[in-house]
Design a binder for this molecule. Structure first.
Ligand SMILES: NC(=O)c1ccc[n+]([C@@H]2O[C@H](COP(=O)([O-])OP(=O)(O)OC[C@H]3O[C@@H](n4cnc5c(N)ncnc54)[C@H](OP(=O)(O)O)[C@@H]3O)[C@@H](O)[C@H]2O)c1
Length: 285
């Protein structure tokens, strides 16, 4: 099986290394900014050599993962004397393979392997990684290798072209980071009626889980519920008035998201075009 190496032993590098190793893929070498991180990864990934510099990893592995912060990937790639026959990928969601140009110019095959997942800590990363979708960029035969690794992690994959990467990442920000932000906005409103954040989180979580389940089981547009889906102008007006009375900065966010929800409601079919226009006018006021 393909021998993999890691340059950068943080959350993603370590989680990938551990999961590959557990699936029988040899993790042969690792280097990091600090020895401690490299040693931690090596201790979890079988017969893995701790290297002082990235060059030693590149010389030992068939496929090299640069799992450093995005801002240093290019510099790290340019510090290695690559040659034809070597493969190097990064795991960034926002960058295309262009940032590995120094390696490509020296003859290495370059790619990206982005786990479409959120990793707040190493344990979470190891739990959430299997079954994730991976965004892949590469040419054959590296592309086939990356598909094999995604399958090894019971994951699916999507192939992206360099021009797709930024908007692909914007989508991930909406679905993950801004979902967290929306929950925070809800919690802030609960502070107004005296429920501490921990309790409020516990109370809101079943709603959040129910919503995700509905997206999964029923799908869009039918999973949209609430005043916009029903065309309840009176309720929407009450919401707007309440936010306005508090001089809340959430008023524009509420209006913007409401305007985005109207086309979903229309497609669901519970409201007609006339009601959609009325809601639009109210939300644009
Ligand atoms: N976290 C996520 O949710 C997530 C999800 C998908 C993709 N990604 C991508 O995965 C990649 C890694 O992210 P991460 O969350 O794992 O970051 P991270 O936990 O901060 O880990 C980055 C590691 O890179 C090492 N490093 C920093 N500068 C280095 C250098 N010059 N040479 C060698 N190693 C260096 C650091 O090593 P030391 O510990 O030794 O200082 C650190 O452990 C990024 O491209 C990121 O965009 C992250």
């Amino acid at each position: 099986m393909i021998k993999v190496g890691f340059i950068g032993a943080g959350t993603v590098g370590t989680a990938l290394a551990v999961r590959f190793f557990q699936k029988g893929c040899p993790v042969v070498a690792v280097s990091s900014r600090t020895l401690t991180s490299a040693q931690r990864l090596a201790a979890l990934a079988g017969d893995c050599r701790v290297c002082r510099i990235a060059q030693e990893v590149a010389d030992a592995a068939d496929l090299n993962f640069i799992t450093t912060p995005d801002d240093v990937i290019s510099r790290v790639a340019s510090e290695v004397r690559w040659h034809a026959g070597q493969n190097v990928v990064h795991c960034s969601g926002a960058h295309s393979i262009d940032i590995l140009e120094p390696a490509r110019q020296l003859g290495a095959a370059t790619g990206s392997f982005h786990p479409l997942q959120t990793f707040a800590s190493l344990n979470e990363a190891m739990d959430n990684l299997p079954g994730s979708t991976f965004a892949l960029e590469a040419e054959e035969p590296l592309l086939a290798m990356l598909k094999e690794l995604a399958s090894l992690l019971n994951g699916d994959w999507v192939e992206l072209k360099p021009g797709d990467k930024v908007l692909y990442h914007v989508a991930a920000v909406f679905v993950s980071n801004y979902l967290v932000t929306l929950v925070k906005l809800g919690l802030d409103l609960w502070q107004g009626f005296g429920v501490p954040p921990k309790e409020a989180t516990r109370a809101l979580l079943p709603l959040l889980r129910g919503t995700v389940n509905n997206i999964d089981n029923i799908g869009l547009p039918d999973c949209l519920t609430g005043p916009i889906a029903r065309g309840d102008l009176g309720t929407i007006s009450k919401h707007l008035n309440a936010l306005e009375a508090k001089n809340s900065s959430l008023l524009t966010t509420y209006k913007d998201l409401g305007l985005q929800a109207i086309p979903i409601a229309l497609t669901k079919g519970k409201i007609d075009k006339h009601r959609a226009e009325e809601m639009k006018a109210l939300l644009k006021k």
